[in-house]
Design a protein around this ligand. Structure first.
Ligand SMILES: Nc1nc2c(ncn2[C@@H]2O[C@H](COP(=O)(O)OP(=O)(O)OP(=O)(O)O)[C@@H](O)[C@H]2O)c(=O)[nH]1
Ligand SMILES: [Mg+2]
Length: 182
């Protein structure tokens, strides 16, 4: 089904699986580290999509490339409290963002764990390193998130749903054009 694959990535311990559980409405504040892609289906206001939650530990990162094909939305999670790993996070981010198969695919970027005091202190530094303003040829939606704020979880959900609907419209248009040209 077109318009429904969301690629959720970021370093180990960034909070991907935790955030996903809150997004789905089945909160689990302390999941085990993910060891293989965890594909979660969600249906929100009649929009169906699948979130592909990547395993972030270094040994599993080689599996990202083989699982990102045909993603319609990229969702990156940064542990904003962990300044020491910003560089590592940026390197892994760049590898995915520069993949030619993902050209033009919209990106939602979560500055996550914003409930932690150091996250606030690190935010400016994170924004400088990731330099999202400079991102060419894709839409970027930066968000500050934490599992402690339902508002931030709902904001994330709203953006996902809007992008899913948009991506379905584009796929529908492409199919119609294809049909009419035959
Ligand atoms: N303070 C705080 N901790 C969080 C938040 N989100 C997640 N965590 C914690 O971060 C830790 C790692 O969470 P996971 O969801 O397992 O991280 P992950 O990115 O899925 O890690 P991998 O599966 O190894 O790739 C857990 O101890 C969570 O409780 C948040 O918003 N605030
Ligand atoms: Mg995980």
């Amino acid at each position: 089904m077109p318009g429904n694959k969301i690629f959720l990535f970021g370093l180990d311990f960034a909070g991907k699986t935790t955030l996903l559980s809150f997004l789905k409405g089945t909160p689990n504040p302390n999941p085990s580290p993910t060891k293989a892609f965890n594909v979660v289906q969600m249906i929100v206001n009649d929009s169906e999509f699948h979130i592909w939650d990547a395993p972030g530990q270094i040994n599993y990162r080689s599996t990202w490339k083989e699982n990102l094909r045909k993603s319609n939305i990229l969702l990156f999670i940064l542990d904003t409290s962990d300044l020491a790993r910003f560089r590592e996070a940026k390197d892994e981010f760049d590898k995915i963002i520069n993949d030619s198969q993902l050209r033009g695919v919209p990106l939602i970027f979560c500055f996550h764990k914003m409930d932690i005091k150091t996250s606030d202190d690190n935010l400016k530094r994170a924004q400088d390193i990731f330099n999202l303003h400079n991102m060419k040829d894709r839409s970027v939606f930066p968000l500050a998130t934490t599992i402690k704020s339902t508002k931030s979880i709902n904001e994330l959900k709203d953006i996902i749903v809007k992008l899913v609907i948009n991506s379905q419209k584009i796929a529908f248009k492409a199919r119609t054009k294809d049909f009419l040209s035959h």
